[in-house]
Design a protein around this ligand. Structure first.
Ligand code: ATP
Ligand code: BTN
Length: 244
């Protein structure tokens, strides 16, 4: 269940705020929504643009009794939950891009950022952060260095508050049941929504690059890429996926 709902006009980052609560031993079932983030963050120190009332900036804190291995694949399962919520509002052509993006018509509509706290062996806590573009002004978004979209462009008229509620209604049971169900319960659906399935891709790390054909994800959520008859697995933390 949700224990508290925090609504803010402006914060640095809803993920940073929730992480702070978890580190003090609180934050379980606490959700925060902010109209604007001044230091919205993506993976590996990248920035998430979140101008005033431009989207949904949502974080939810959750504590688990058990080690971090229980959370394998969780960020992909969150993508499935977001896709289902968007489908409730008849958003067309929703796809998932490994590991943490929600795309619509070949452009990034939303991103997921999971951040961990706790000792990670006996107990762990996670902040699930979701940034979803509702109406981004072009001038504000000029700094985004990849194709992006927003709900106003693909399905205008959706009530942002109702969509935020739908997201929370999907996230709560997901977090509640995840240690027991794991990624296996989400894998088929994830693969049906896979933006790049069967397509040529490049996987990029800081030091190296691999080319091949995207072949879905394994039971842990690792990306499978076939390249010259060889099958390679990639895990979320380390690499980025690009088309071509
Ligand atoms: P990866 O595949 O490694 O996840 P990514 O480019 O999606 O790569 P993230 O860290 O997941 O990187 O997301 C941050 C990136 O998202 C930024 O570098 C920027 O390109 C893009 N971005 C930032 N703000 C927005 C936004 N509001 N909407 C869409 N894209 C954004
Ligand atoms: C990504 O694609 O890299 C993930 C972006 C996640 C952005 C959300 S907005 C709410 C929460 N607070 C943050 O600072 N980041 C996440």
């Amino acid at each position: 269940l949700l224990s508290e709902l925090l609504l803010c006009d402006r914060v640095d980052s809803t993920n940073a705020q929730l992480l702070g609560l978890l580190e003090q031993g609180g934050g379980h079932g606490v959700a925060m929504l902010a109209e604007q983030q001044t230091a919205g963050r993506g993976r590996r120190g990248r920035q998430w643009l979140s101008p005033f009332s431009g989207g949904i900036n949502l974080s939810l804190g959750w504590q688990f009794s058990g080690g971090v291995q229980l959370l394998e694949g969780l960020s992909l399962a969150v993508g499935v939950a977001i896709a289902r919520a968007l489908e409730e509002f008849a958003v067309p052509d929703v796809r998932l891009k490994w590991p943490n993006d929600v795309w619509c018509r070949g452009r990034k509509l939303a991103g997921v950022l999971l951040e961990l706290s706790g000792d990670l062996t006996d107990r762990c806590a996670v902040v699930v952060g979701i940034g979803l573009n509702v109406g981004l002004r072009g001038d504000v978004a000029a700094g985004i260095d990849q194709p992006w979209t927003d709900l106003h462009s693909v399905r205008p008229g959706i009530d942002r508050n109702r969509l935020a509620a739908a997201l929370l209604n999907r996230l709560l049971p997901l977090l509640q049941s995840y240690p027991e169900r794991g990624f296996a319960a989400y894998r088929d659906r994830w693969q049906q929504l896979d933006q790049f399935a069967g397509r040529p891709v490049r996987v990029i790390s800081t030091r190296q690059q691999w080319s091949g054909t995207a072949a879905g994800v394994d039971e842990s959520g690792a990306l499978i890429v076939d390249s010259n008859g060889e099958r390679r697995l990639f895990h979320g933390g380390e690499v980025s996926l690009r088309e071509g």
